[in-house]
Design a protein around this ligand. Structure first.
Ligand code: ATP
Ligand code: MG
Length: 420
């Protein structure tokens, strides 16, 4: 029989990796809450139109990355490639009531049919925040500050750079697009096939091409700066000044564009050199046109999403994640002791201890099992000890043993409680 394989681009999370994932999520969730972003969850699949309409027909995601299928009832559904569209769909449907702004946090799996490689999966996970209903640059600043705070708390802020750009307002962007297209058309022969296609449909996307030939053409391409309306320029200045005022370091990257069509004004990315080719760990921007595009009332928004796998990999490099709490092992020897071992385990678990029950074998086999479970101490219960109402507590690091009356067990074990 053929070995059963995981689907290409998917990945199991074994205990250590899951622990790092959880660390990333818990850290982000706690900080988001401190900034007033409450956790929400939207479904993992939506009607395909939710993504088609919001991401735009020319985005990478819609043209080649969506996991779309028809369900048994004939509905065309898509596994979510990102969470902003789902949040906007929920907002328009009234899920979040009508108070504005809405500030939400989410964490969960996303699905994109990409070419799998290191740091690029087909099922990956994101944390993210959305701040919807605030047009002020203050919202952008706070959202970016939260991203920086998460990275700081994870201990990886020194290893990333914040790059920032403006995609301006629509008139500025249209004027710029024209100038850019003129430049690119003048050098069309030197462009890659992909960029030539984008030229007609989504020329701004050419800016973040990694192709050598494209880079050469882009080297002297016009920048958006010359086309900024006074309002767009003032908005961008306010965001930059706000970040500087908070001591958040950033670098202007005039070529930074977001892959999604609904972005305007602020675009930003925290990037790292430490993960090889897939360097973007947390990215976002302002999407004032999104809600209206989906048929809702004109509603500004700004947010970001971070790749949990990439963040967890950075955290692992920094060696930052606390190990699981060490349990206490229960080692019963003899029929009577075995019969009461589970009761003791439950009593200790209710008292807050992590407890590992050893199921079978001799004393030495069970102690070996306790070691594998990284137990800090073993409670050894023999039949004759049971008779006398005592248990032996062995410290598994020092090897020291103390006979303890059962009634005092909890107090004696307190030193091994998680968090000590
Ligand atoms: P990239 O340029 O790497 O394709 P993107 O612009 O498609 O990124 P976003 O849609 O902004 O990415 O998603 C936010 C974050 O999610 C990224 O910065 C990255 O950390 C993570 N991410 C995106 N796609 C993947 C993937 N296929 N596998 C793992 N992480 C991903
Ligand atoms: Mg992508």
């Amino acid at each position: 029989m053929r070995k059963i394989q995981p689907v290409r681009g998917t990945h199991d999370l074994a205990a250590d990796e899951m622990r790092r994932h959880r660390h990333v999520v818990e850290c982000a969730r706690a900080l988001a809450e401190r900034y007033g972003f409450a956790e929400v969850a939207t479904p993992i699949f939506e009607f395909s139109d939710v993504f088609r309409r919001t991401l735009g027909d020319t985005s990478d995601i819609v043209t080649k990355e969506m996991y779309t299928f028809t369900d048994r009832g004939g509905s065309e559904l898509t596994l979510r490639p990102e969470n902003t569209a789902g949040v906007a769909r929920a907002l328009i449907g009234g899920t979040f009531g009508d108070r504005r702004p809405v500030k939400c946090f989410y964490a969960g799996p996303m699905f994109r049919y990409e070419r799998p490689q290191k740091g690029r999966l087909r099922q990956f996970h994101q944390i993210g925040v959305e701040l919807i209903g605030a047009p002020e640059p203050l919202a952008d600043i706070e959202v970016i500050a939260l991203g920086a705070h998460v990275l700081e708390e994870l201990g990886v802020l020194e290893r990333v750079t914040l790059e920032i750009n403006t995609l301006a307002d629509e008139p500025s962007r249209l004027a710029y697009r024209e100038a850019l297209v003129a430049h690119l058309e003048a050098h069309e022969d030197a462009l890659s096939e992909e960029s030539r296609q984008r030229l007609g449909r989504n020329p701004l996307r050419v800016l973040d091409s990694k192709d050598e030939g494209d880079r050469a053409v882009l080297a002297d391409a016009p920048l958006i700066d010359a086309h900024l309306s006074p309002e767009a320029a003032a908005f961008f200045d306010a965001v930059c000044d706000g970040l500087s005022g908070l001591g958040i370091a950033f670098a202007r990257n005039a070529r930074l564009v977001r892959g999604l069509d609904y972005y305007c004004h602020t675009a930003f990315e925290f990037v790292t050199e430490a993960l090889g080719a897939q360097g973007a760990v947390l990215a976002g921007g302002r999407y004032d046109g999104l809600v209206e595009t989906m048929g809702g009332p004109a509603t500004p928004g700004v947010g970001w999403a971070g790749g949990i796998e990439r963040l967890a990999a950075l955290v692992a490099q920094a060696g930052e994640v606390a190990a699981a709490p060490r349990p206490i092992a229960i080692v019963p020897l003899g029929a009577r002791a075995e019969a009461s071992a589970l009761r003791l385990a439950q009593r200790l678990r209710h008292a807050g201890f992590a407890v590992e029950l050893t199921y079978r074998g001799t004393l030495s086999k069970r102690l070996k099992r306790a070691d594998q479970a990284r137990a800090a101490a073993a409670v050894i219960l023999g039949d004759d000890e049971m008779e006398r109402g005592v248990a032996t507590v062995r410290d598994l690091d020092s090897g020291e043993q103390v006979e303890t009356p059962e009634a005092e067990l909890g107090a004696h074990l307190a030193r091994y409680a998680p968090g000590r």
